[in-house]
Every structure is written in structure tokens, then in C-alpha cells.
Design a protein around this ligand. Structure first.
Ligand code: SF4
Ligand code: SF4
Length: 87
């Protein structure tokens, strides 16, 4: 029998970033302010790398002068802290 490792994301209600795609012009100014490194620009719009890496800290919110970012409470993948290892 073959076995494989599969990551199962648990959903839970918690604080997480909301990106207003209509308002975002893709300037990228907020990206470097994410302490989790979870923001990126894709096709001219801001995106999360993964819900699970956003801890809802809100550090990116005031960096957007267009008001495209806010913290909301909703069902999202459980937060998972990124661990950096020296290699
Ligand atoms: S709320 Fe915090 S963790 Fe989430 S995207 Fe913004 S800076 Fe990153
Ligand atoms: S600063 Fe605002 S407009 Fe610029 S990429 Fe971030 S969310 Fe989009």
C-alpha cells in the first residue's frame, strides 16, 4: 500500500487580511512591510502567498494609501508560523 504525507488545513474564524482587488493598483508598496513575507504582486494585484501565513497583525494596512487593505474576521486556514532555518 502506498502512503503519502498530506497537509490538511483546518479552517477557523480569526483575524486575517482582506485585500480589496478593485482598489489595489498593484503598486507593491505594502509588500515589504509584511513581517511574515506573505504578500506578493501577481498580475498587477496584491495577493497572499497563503492564508495560513497571515497572522492578521495589520502591519501592512496603513502602508496602502488607497485603502485597499483591512483586517477582517472570517473563516480562514489556521495560522501557521513560518520557521526559518539556517542551511
Ligand atoms: S496582516 Fe500582517 S501577516 Fe497579514 S499580510 Fe498584513 S503584515 Fe502580513
Ligand atoms: S499598497 Fe495598496 S495599492 Fe499598493 S499593492 Fe499594496 S494593497 Fe495594492
Amino acid at each position: 500500500m502506498n502512503t503519502c504525507m498530506k497537509e490538511i488545513a483546518m479552517k477557523m474564524k480569526r483575524a486575517i487580511i482582506h485585500i480589496d482587488e478593485e482598489a489595489c493598483d498593484g503598486c507593491g508598496k505594502c509588500v515589504s512591510f509584511c513581517v511574515e513575507g506573505d504578500l506578493k504582486i501577481v498580475d498587477g494585484k496584491l495577493r497572499l502567498n497563503a492564508e495560513k501565513y497571515c497572522d492578521g497583525c495589520g502591519a501592512c494596512v496603513p502602508k496602502c494609501s488607497l485603502g485597499a487593505l483591512k483586517i477582517e474576521e472570517r473563516d480562514a486556514d489556521e495560522y501557521q508560523e513560518l520557521v526559518y532555518v539556517r542551511c
